[in-house]
Design a protein around this ligand. Structure first.
Ligand SMILES: Cc1cc2nc3c(=O)[nH]c(=O)nc-3n(C[C@H](O)[C@H](O)[C@H](O)COP(=O)(O)OP(=O)(O)OC[C@H]3O[C@@H](n4cnc5c(N)ncnc54)[C@H](O)[C@@H]3O)c2cc1C
Length: 419
């Protein structure tokens, strides 16, 4: 290997690292990307179920989470969703949108990855895969990378090694170690955009059911966050996008040993009063022949109806034999089951099933305007390695592009100043 001295070395060839390398190279820097698995951009291929939801038109601080929530704003304002779309279009990627969710027109994530790799090649960026970095240190103003294929050096270093989610794509958390070696603090990483696990026995009976519902997360009985959409019931617990959206709060609370519950509203579009009226009318109509399972099966998935009915009093008695008070209690409890079934969460699934990591390099030690370390001059961060996680819907990749762009641009500016 001839040239091992670079202006900028980017560690990690994922979404944010490729963007950071491309941006630094465009500003005239001699750039190298060090990737520790055999290919760059592997995770991009898995995004959006292989279609890559690469950004979202709807933006704002509320779509991103961090210990310092305003941290994301300067990057997202300087590199907007429109900038992301224009960037990929400039690389020859036709794009398409559905309700603000942006995809390559091909609906193939490979289109996005290949466009990035083509640009890396065009800009003569050195992309070295299968590199085993043992240590990164800064000596006399120069970053030194001790790797299994030799020693590399650079004037600026961009750490873009991702978090711990989906480790088979290369992001195994090893990047945190370099940040620690360079003096940075790590906010405990936990899995996010991940299924939730529960011991509730009834879930086994409804496994495989997908039902539109609203899910609300409570930590120590206090409401935290709610979302609605298609919830997937599995034998271990709850999954689906609305559950993913709650999961980072659940994961953080479980680490703190707090009590985590999810309340499920199976009929979020109908009020409790309207449901009571509906159920009462059905009881009246089928007083001698009907059952609560039948009535609930007209409202929600049959397997869920059966499980709610099993929890109700007077299950085996004909409606005709119940007193007015008993009927009223039955209606009340059935409505409660439909609107507020509570599931206790014991854990989340692991990083293997997680789409992102909540936690990472503390944002307090990073300049929000430049992505430069406040502790080590010339050290920059990009993407999920930082304590920033986005909601499902293109937000995590938008963070990767935006922070990668800002880190690459500012590392480039610094090198130009040094030269
Ligand atoms: C299944 C799945 C689906 C997803 N779908 C979407 C979606 O549709 N939209 C969206 O916005 N987000 C999605 N995400 C999240 C998104 O992919 C990530 O947030 C984003 O890829 C993070 O980019 P990154 O560059 O920070 O990290 P990564 O993409 O994880 O890249 C990090 C890179 O660094 C390398 N690396 C790690 N450690 C080292 C080391 N020690 N030395 C050298 N190299 C190292 C890794 O091999 C990897 O190539 C999805 C994630 C998953 C797992």
């Amino acid at each position: 290997m001839s040239n091992k001295v670079f202006d900028v070395i980017v560690v990690g060839g994922g979404a944010s690292g490729l963007m950071a390398g491309i941006t630094a190279a465009k500003s005239g820097c001699n750039v190298c990307i060090l990737e520790h698995i055999d290919v760059a951009g592997k995770k991009i291929l898995a995004t959006g179920n292989g279609r890559c939801n690469f950004t979202n038109r709807k933006q704002g601080a509320s779509y991103y989470r961090s210990d310092t929530p305003a941290f994301v704003l300067p990057s997202l304002e300087n590199f907007t969703a429109q900038d992301t779309i224009s960037f990929f279009q400039s690389l020859g990627v036709m794009t398409t949108e559905k309700n603000g969710y942006c995809y390559p027109r091909t609906m193939q994530a490979a289109t996005i990855r290949n466009a990035l790799l083509k640009e890396v090649q065009r800009l003569h960026i050195k992309l070295l895969c299968d590199i085993g970095i043992r240590k990164i240190e800064k000596k006399n103003g120069i970053f030194i990378f001790d790797t299994k294929t030799g020693v590399f050096s650079s004037k600026a270093c961009i750490l873009a090694t991702g978090g711990k989610a989906e480790p088979k794509s290369g992001s195994d958390g090893s990047g945190y170690l370099y940040a620690k070696q360079l003096g940075h603090r790590i906010t405990e990483p936990v899995p996010a955009l991940v299924p939730l696990v529960s011991n509730a026995a009834w879930l086994k009976a409804v496994k495989g059911v997908r039902q539109e519902a609203k899910v609300s997360l409570f930590v120590d009985d206090a409401f935290v966050f709610a979302d609605h959409g298609e919830v997937q019931f599995t034998d271990y617990g709850l999954s689906g996008i609305p559950v993913f959206q709650l999961s980072r709060f659940a994961a953080k609370a479980l680490v703190e040993k707090q009590n985590v519950t999810v309340s499920i509203d199976f009929v979020p579009d109908t009020t409790a009063d309207a449901l009571k009226q509906w159920i009462s009318n059905q009881i009246e109509q089928y007083k001698t022949t009907g059952s609560m399972t039948d009535i609930l099966s007209g409202i929600v998935n049959q397997k869920i109806a059966q499980q709610i009915a099993l929890q109700l009093p007077f299950a085996n008695q004909s409606f005709a034999k119940l007193s007015k008070k008993q009927l009223s209690m039955l209606v009340e409890k059935a409505t409660y089951g439909l609107k507020q079934t509570v599931v206790t969460i014991t854990e989340t699934k692991s990083f293997v099933q997680a789409q992102v990591t909540a936690g990472g390099i503390s944002t307090e030690e990073i300049d929000a305007g430049t992505m430069e370390s406040k502790l080590v001059s010339g050290l920059y961060f990009a993407g999920e390695i930082m304590d920033v996680d986005g909601m499902c819907g293109g937000y995590n990749l938008q963070w990767a592009w935006a922070s990668g762009y800002i880190a690459g641009q500012n590392a480039g500016k610094k090198i130009v100043r040094i030269l």
